[in-house]
Design a protein around this ligand. Sequence first.
Ligand SMILES: [Zn+2]
Length: 674
Amino acid sequence: MYMKNELPQFSKIRTEQIEPQIRQILAQNQRQVTELLQQPTFTWDNLMRPLEDQDDVLSKAWSPISHLHSVMESEGLRQVYRNCLPLITEYYTELAQNEKLYAAVKSIADSPAYADFDAAQKKVIEDEIRDFRLAGIHLPADKKARFAELEQQLTEWTTKFSENLLDATQGWYLHITNRAQLAGLPEQTIKLAEENAAQHKKTGWVLTLEYPCYSSAMKFLHDRELRRVMYEAYVTRASDQGPRAGKWDNTPVMKNILRARHEMAQLVGFKNFAEYSLATKMAKHPDKVLKFLHDLLKKSRPVAEKEIAELKQFALETGGLREMQTWDMMYYSEKLRQSKFNFSQEKLRAYFPAQKVIDGMFALVKKIFGLTLKEEKNIDTWHPQVQFFVLYDEQGEFRGGLYTDLYARPHKRDGAWMDEYQSRRRLKDGKIQYPIAYLTCNFMRPLDNKPALLTHEDVETLFHEFGHCLHHLVTKVDYAPVSGINGVPWDAVEFPSQFMENWCWEKETLAMISSHYQTGETLPENLYQQLIATRQFQAALQMLRQLEFAIFDFRIHLEFHPDHSAQIENILQEVRQQTNLMDVPTFNRFQHSFAHIFAGSYCAGYYSYKWAEVLSCDAFEKFKEHGTFDPTSGRSFLQNILEAGGVKDPLVAFVAFRGREPQVDALLRQSGLM
Ligand SMILES: [Zn+2]
C-alpha cells in the first residue's frame, strides 16, 4: 500500500501561512490535552494513543519546514523558523512539566493493565516517565519556570549558532582571475569554480567554503599561499579571528549554550550536563566514556606519531618543506597517498556515477536484507535534484519512503544527515502509517553535462546515511515514540549507519556500485587493490582527530563551570596536547563551527561515533566469518537490530545478533591498531 497523497506538498508551502498553521495546531493540541485529562481514569487507548496522534499532527506539519530551513534557506523561512521554534519548544516543555499529565501516565504504569502491555508499550511509558523527570516534573514552580526559560534560551542560541555558521560559510569566497593559480586542482573542481564565478556574476573562478570546493582546494592546490588563505577562512568561520573576524562570532553563543545546559542539568539533580546526557544513553557513566576514549587514544597515538613523521619526511623530500603547517597536511597526505599507492580519490570518481552507486546500494540491501527500493517520479519535492524512493520487503509489503537530496548548493546546510518526515505507527483503525525519511548529502553536483561523479569517500557517506534511513524505515514497531530511530539511545544510533559503511570496501559490492561513466567498466582490479591498500592510510591520525572532538565535547560538558572564563579554549588546548601531533595555528577556531555539539544532538555524545563503531565493526565481522552476503546473518541483523526500533536495549539486541557481547578488537583491527 502506497501513500502518495500522504506526502508533504513542498511546492504548496507558503512562508506566510506557516506560523498561523503551527499556532493553530499547538492551540488545538493544548485544548485536547486539557480535555483528555478530565477523564476519570486513564488507559492506553484514552490517553497514550490520542497523545501520539496529536504529536504526529504537529511533527508532520513542522518536519517539512525545519527540513526546508536546513536545505533551502531563505530570509523569509529563517524568520518564520525563528518565530515558530520558541512556540514549539514552549509547547513541549509545558507537556513535559504538566503534573496532571505525569500523574495520568504514572497511573497507567501502576494499573493492572500494564502487565499485559507489549514490550513497545512498556518502553513508551518508561521513557515518558524518565523524560518527565529530566524536564523537572518534581521541581517547585519557580524552578520549573527557570528550566523552561533555559530551554527557550537554548533553542534560541543553538539556532543562532547554525545561522552564524551558515552566514560565515557563505559570506566569504575567493575570486581568481589567473587560471595558473588553480594549478593542481582536478578538472571537476575547476569547472565548479567556473560555475561559482558565473553565479557571483564574475569572470574567472570562485573558490568557496562549501565543503566539496574547500576540501578539493586543500588537497590539490599547488599554491601554498592560497591554501593558507582558504584554510584560515575555513577554520575561523563564525569566530573572532580570520578575514571576517567578529562578523558572525559564535564565541558568546557557545558559552551561553554550555551555561544553559549546565544549569538545566543541575536543576534536575545532575552534577553537570555530561551526566544528564548519559541518563538516556548506553554508556551510563562519565568515567566509562572517558576511559573508553583514552584507551583508544593510548593505542592510536604511537601509530599516529609514525604516520606524521612519515608525512613530514615526505613533505621535506618532495616539497622541500622544512616546517609543515596545518594547511599543508591534506595536500601532502594526498600526494603521499598517491606516491605510496598510486591512488587518488579523484581517479575513482569516473567509476562512481551517483545513480549507479544508488542502484548498486539498493541491489546490496536486496541481497542481504531482501529489501527492494524503487524510484517514484512526479513527486512534489523542494528541488529538481531530489529523488523519491519507495521501500518493499521480501514479502512485497510496503515499508516506507525515502527522499534523497545529494548535492551541495548555496543556502543548504553543510554535511550529511538523515531526518524523518513521519514514523511508523498503528492508527486507531488498525491501519499502519509508514515511515518516511530524508537523506541529505553535500556532494559535488553534476557538472558539464556529465552525471554526478562521487569519490569513494562520498560513497561511504552515502552508505552511512542510508544506514540511518534503513533503521528508520524498516522498523516493525507500531508506536511512534519507539519506532525506527525514535527512542534509540544516542550512542547506539550510529551503529546501523557505520555498519553499512563496511560494505563499500567489499570487492563484491564494489562490482555492484561502480561503472565507468563513459565505458561502463566496473572498478578494475588494480584500482580495487589500491583502494584497499589505502584503507588504513593515516587511520591512526584520523582516529586521533575523532578522539579530539569526542574528548573535547565530553570534557567541556563535564567540567563546565560558570565562573571560569575561556574554559572552552583551555580545555581544547589541553585535549590537543594529547591528541594533536602538529602545532595548530593560534587563529584556529574549529570549535566555533562544531555544529554537531553546539547546534545538534551530539552534545556530550560525540563519543557515540566511536562507541557505536565498536558495535558496527564487530557486527560486520560476522559477515566476514559467514560470507559477505550471508542471507542468514543479514536477516538476523534486520530482525534484531534494524527492525527493533527503540524497544530493546541495544546491548541485548547486539547479543541476540552476535551471540556474545561486543569486543573492541574488531575496531582496532579495522584501524590497523592491532
Ligand atoms: Zn550518522
